[in-house]
Design a protein around this ligand. Structure first.
Ligand code: IMP
Ligand code: MG
Length: 175
């Protein structure tokens, strides 16, 4: 079996959208420092591109969570693999994620972060698959809403491959 990647969102489209998101986010924080919580591994590419374009003071930390499931579907049982290095109490926290799918991982993560008493807590995602939502999650900034298709690139992987693609593509399997 081999797979082909069909381009869904080009590099140019993504860059244009991230610039607009960075403007909106910078405007929202009104010169106050924002603490980005980047969700490993998929959120890292988007985090870097967004951070470069923000005009407010930025600090960055990383967190890695995994949800147990059958490989393609998450079960809702989430485990922290790598916690943040720094406390977030009193900070304006913006979680930066690659994609919101069922919403289970983010729902857990946001509850977890909320208990640490940040000054504010918001969520920014490059992609959203609203059709797949199982758990309600409030997304503050969305790059693109996409249909229910498995995508790769810009941090997203298929069995740990394709994260480095500079565009978002759909994996097409042919036997
Ligand atoms: P959720 O808990 O179902 O929202 O899981 C979200 C996580 O599943 C994301 O952070 C991704 O790691 C992964 N994921 C969901 N959809 C895709 C996809 O289309 N391609 C690659 N990874 C995906
Ligand atoms: Mg992710």
């Amino acid at each position: 079996m081999s797979e082909k990647i069909r381009v869904l969102i080009s590099e140019e489209e993504i860059e244009k959208r991230i610039l607009q998101m960075a403007k909106d986010i910078s405007e929202f924080y009104q010169r106050e420092p924002v603490h980005l919580v980047s969700v490993l591994k998929g959120g890292v590419f988007f985090t870097c591109e967004l951070a470069k374009r923000l005009t407010v003071p930025v600090s960055i930390d990383f967190m890695s969570v995994s949800s147990y499931g059958d490989g393609t579907k998450s079960s809702g049982v989430v485990k922290v693999i790598k916690d943040l290095d720094e406390a977030i109490e009193g900070k304006h926290v913006l979680v930066v994620e690659d994609i919101v799918d069922s919403g289970r991982t983010l729902s857990y993560l946001l509850d977890n972060l909320k208990s640490r008493k940040p000054k504010s807590l918001h969520l920014c995602t490059l992609l959203d698959k609203p059709e797949r939502r199982v758990t309600d999650v409030h997304v503050d900034y969305t790059g693109f809403e996409i249909p229910d298709e498995f995508v790769v690139g810009y941090g997203l992987d298929y069995m740990q491959h394709y994260r480095n693609l500079p565009y978002i593509g759909v994996v097409e399997l042919d036997a």
